[in-house]
Design a protein around this ligand. Structure first.
Ligand SMILES: *[C@@H]1O[C@H](CO)[C@@H](O)[C@H](O)[C@H]1NC(C)=O
Ligand SMILES: *[C@@H]1O[C@H](CO)[C@@H](O)[C@H](O)[C@H]1NC(C)=O
Ligand SMILES: *[C@@H]1O[C@H](CO)[C@@H](O)[C@H](O)[C@H]1NC(C)=O
Ligand SMILES: *[C@@H]1O[C@H](CO)[C@@H](O)[C@H](O)[C@H]1NC(C)=O
Ligand SMILES: *[C@@H]1O[C@H](CO)[C@@H](O)[C@H](O)[C@H]1NC(C)=O
Length: 766
């Protein structure tokens, strides 16, 4: 009996396999594993092929020019792809398409024809593809379709259901006012990179549902004031990289997102944005703006995100410039080197939403007491690449969790006043001329988790002449690479007991007993020696969802590190991967001023983002309370490793237990099954026979009539697959009905005609 069962399973698998591979034509690979339909990728395509399967996705990309791909009359219908829902035909040197090529494809929903050599398209060629919603014609030279007096001048394409249209990179330097006349359902149009200089004001008028328009990388120097008056749904407009310098009298009531980066604005006037009362995200980055009228943003009371970075703003900005923008959340002012100062008494108004302020490279020399007043909810503050020497008390809000002060001129850390009870978790001080630090500098930042002191001028880790405080018990990352530290000893770890990554590379460390002891201790505590190892850890956390930090074994790198110090080999050791220049292990003597400068000018912002994201991801994805993951409760003074171990052993035990019980259940089931079948064999009563018919499909398959067709196997086998099929099903030639009308019968029909229907099953006892 058992052998029979095994045999039947094998036969079933083999036959299914044959059916599947048999129906995928030569030159094609069919992937049946997905749940959302069969995916076929072909390296050639012509009308001799036959697709016997219900293929939902067809990929004909990158077919070489030599194979001369041609889309002839009804080619897709003819090869059996009537039910196709998505075709990608990108980069295949396609020159022309027969007007009826896509005929009969009533389920076609997405069509990607990007990067071909198409020049002219018959405007009505998709008129009967009534479910086509996404069309990309990106990077085809379609300029001849937008010429006056051409046969195409009445309308561009006629697609009654289209929603997304990608016409980027199509050399469309002119648009005809009639272009979108027969595309009235479109909600997204991408016209980026087309060399468009002027747009007739009627062009977009037929697009009553237009929500999102991308005109980036064109030559548009002005927008006519009423060109969007009938697009009452438009939400997002991207004008990135156009020679646009004014929006005078342009009115787009519904607009929420406007990208004007890399345009040519030099001043922002009182009336520049009066026509945009619903603006939420405004990007003015990389213009040449020198001044902003203090009333410029007053109409935009819903503004949340404002990017003014990479301009030439001369500071200080007027202190009432944001008085009406009480919903402001992020403000980017980075790289306005002439800014120099914040308003003396801060920006007016209560900013209860602002949590992100980037004032990197703004030529700031210091921060006065009231400079950031009222920004009480600030959490991330970027001040890198300025010339800050000191930060007065009261400037920094205790809510700040991330502070980047790298590349400034801070020489004495006691000149930077952290508020007491500070929530600071990540602090960048890299590239400052700091000569010494003391645990006392961090008494107010007791929750600090990540501290970056690389490329400073430290001669020793702690200047411990001061009181023996233990303020950094949450610190898990410390980077003191590229300083001037000659010796370290286990005592230095007293202040950073729970450190998990300690980057020491690029220091002139001597090989002595203290150093050896320290490294032994670090190895014992499984402390990583570089960002590379830490990164690895992070990546695994991302993949595994931060379930088990402790069981992940990674190279700590201390052995190599000690070899390098002690054998004094003049070679580069790759103990740190080049995450960013600050951490490269180089012979300390060879560090030139240039490389230091580089570090200062390019703070490792990617890395900082990563640290933040990982924290958030870990917190969000596990649901483990932040403090359990990142901090070690104050009353536990044990090694953090043991602490986290306790945390993660339970899930493992649970997983093992459940796996065990599943196996147990299977064993019991098999035993019962065997017993039951033995019984049945001896009694052979009618009841048992009926039961056998109604049991599992696998079991029935064994007694299937060999003459019934096997094709519908997959439809009934895989319920998910069957339900997906429904979506793309509509009766042949009837285009008026909606898909939902016609959806239901398919799985029933196939079940009735399938070998699994009761009437098709030959009783087992025969
Ligand atoms: C179309 O295909 C190209 C190349 O495969 C791809 O880069 C692009 O994202 C696709 N476009 C859409 C809208 O799917
Ligand atoms: C669309 O289909 C109808 C009926 O099947 C046909 O009469 C018509 O010519 C087709 N339209 C186009 C543009 O091919
Ligand atoms: C872009 O348009 C301008 C005139 O509008 C024309 O002189 C120029 O050749 C066009 N460039 C390209 C790459 O088509
Ligand atoms: C908007 O619609 C009105 C009424 O249909 C029409 O008169 C006007 O010309 C349209 N605006 C544009 C820019 O086409
Ligand atoms: C603003 O635009 C620039 C350049 O296009 C881009 O790099 C930046 O990310 C944008 N800012 C925001 C906040 O999206």
């Amino acid at each position: 009996m058992r052998r029979l069962l095994v045999h039947s399973v094998l036969t079933l698998l083999v036959s299914v396999h044959l059916v599947r591979s048999g129906d995928c034509p030569t030159y094609c690979k069919c992937d049946t594993t997905g749940t959302s339909g069969i995916h076929a990728k072909c390296s050639a395509f012509d009308d001799t092929q036959q697709f016997g399967l219900e293929i939902a996705y067809l990929d004909l990309s990158n077919i070489p020019k030599s194979s001369g791909l041609k889309l002839t009359d009804r080619i897709f219908s003819n090869v059996g792809l009537k039910r196709i829902s998505s075709i990608t035909l990108a980069n295949s040197a396609l020159k022309e398409i027969h007007v009826n090529a896509f005929h009969g494809l009533h389920n076609l929903n997405q069509l990607n024809l990007s990067r071909n050599h198409l020049g002219l398209l018959e405007p009505d060629m998709f008129a009967n593809n009534t479910h086509l919603e996404k069309l990309s014609l990106s990077q085809n030279s379609l300029q001849n379709m937008q010429v006056k007096n051409s046969p195409y001048s009445e309308y561009f394409l006629n697609i009654p259901s289209l929603q997304d249209l990608d016409l980027s990179g199509c050399s469309l330097s002119h648009l005809l006012p009639t272009m979108f006349k027969k595309l009235t359902t479109v909600t997204y149009v991408n016209l980026a990179s087309n060399n468009i200089s002027d747009i007739p004001k009627e062009t977009f008028a037929p697009l009553l549902d237009l929500g999102d328009l991308d005109l980036s990388d064109n030559k548009v120097s002005q927008l006519s004031s009423d060109m969007f008056e009938n697009n009452s749904e438009i939400n997002s407009l991207t004008m990135r990289n156009n020679p646009l310098s004014s929006l005078r009298s342009v009115q787009i009531e519904s607009l929420q997102i406007l990208d004007l980066s890399l345009c040519k604005f030099t001043t922002i006037d009182m009336d520049t944005f009066v026509g945009f009362p619903n603006m939420r995200d405004l990007n003015l980055s990389a213009n040449a703006i020198t001044s902003i009228n203090s009333n410029a943003f007053k109409k935009m009371t819903k503004l949340q995100n404002l990017d003014l970075s990479n301009n030439k703003l001369i500071g200080p900005l007027s202190d009432d410039i944001f008085v009406k923008n009480v919903q402001l959340e992020t403000l980017k002012l980075a790289n306005n080197p002439q800014m120099k100062r914040f308003p003396e008494t801060g920006f007016k108004e209560e900013f209860s939403e602002i949590y992100f302020l980037d004032a990197s490279r703004c030529g700031l020399t210091h921060l006065e007491e009231d400079n950031l007043k009222r920004l009480d909810h600030l959490r991330r503050l970027y001040l890198s690449g300025n010339e800050i020497q000191y930060i007065k008390p009261g400037v920094l809000s205790p809510k700040i969790i991330f502070l980047d002060l790298s590349g400034n001129k801070i020489a004495h850390l006691d000149q930077v006043s952290f508020p007491s009870g500070s929530s600071l978790r990540t602090l960048y001080l890299s590239g400052n001329p700091i000569k010494k630090i003391s645990p006392a500098n961090f008494v107010n930042t007791a929750r600090l988790k990540s501290l970056h002191l690389n490329s400073c001028e430290l001669k020793q880790l702690w200047d411990t002449t001061e009181t023996a405080l233990r303020p950094l018990k949450f610190l898990s990352y410390l980077n003191i690479a590229n300083n001037k530290i000659k010796s370290l000893s286990p005592k230095d770890l007293n202040y950073i007991e729970h450190v998990q990554t300690l980057v020491l590379s690029g220091n002139p460390l001597t090989c002595n007993d203290d150093m050896k002891k320290l490294v032994t201790l670090l190895t014992e505590r499984e402390v990583a020696s570089s960002d590379a190892t830490q990164m690895k850890q992070f990546e695994e956390m991302k993949i595994t969802g931060a379930v088990d930090l402790v069981s992940m074994k990674y190279e700590l790198g201390w052995e190599k590190f000690m070899n390098y110090i002690c054998q004094e080999k003049q070679r580069l050791i790759d103990i740190t991967k080049p995450d960013y220049s600050g951490d490269k292990v180089v012979d300390p003597k060879s560090i030139s001023d240039e490389s230091e400068d580089k570090i200062i000018l390019e703070p490792p912002s990617d890395h900082t983002e990563m640290v933040f994201d990982i924290e958030e991801i870990a917190f969000i994805s596990t649901g483990i309370p932040e403090h359990a993951l990142n901090y070690f409760p104050e009353d536990i003074h044990k090694d953090p490793v043991t602490h986290t171990k306790i945390n993660y052993t339970w899930p493992i035990i649970i997983v093992i237990l459940s796996a065990f019980s599943i196996i147990l259940a299977l064993l019991i089931f098999v035993a019962l099954f065997l017993r039951w079948s033995r019984q049945k064999n001896s009694y052979r009563n009618r009841n048992a026979r009926r039961l056998s018919i109604c049991r599992t499909a696998l079991y029935q398959q064994l007694y299937e009539d060999p003459n019934t067709p096997t094709t519908p196997v997959m439809m009934t086998k895989d319920p998910e697959h069957a339900s997906e099929q429904r979506i793309y099903t509509s009766p042949n030639d009837d285009t008026n009905k909606t898909t939902t009308d016609t959806a239901q019968p398919i799985s029933k029909v196939s079940y009735l005609s399938s070998p699994f229907h009761h009437s098709n099953i030959v009783p087992e006892s025969v």
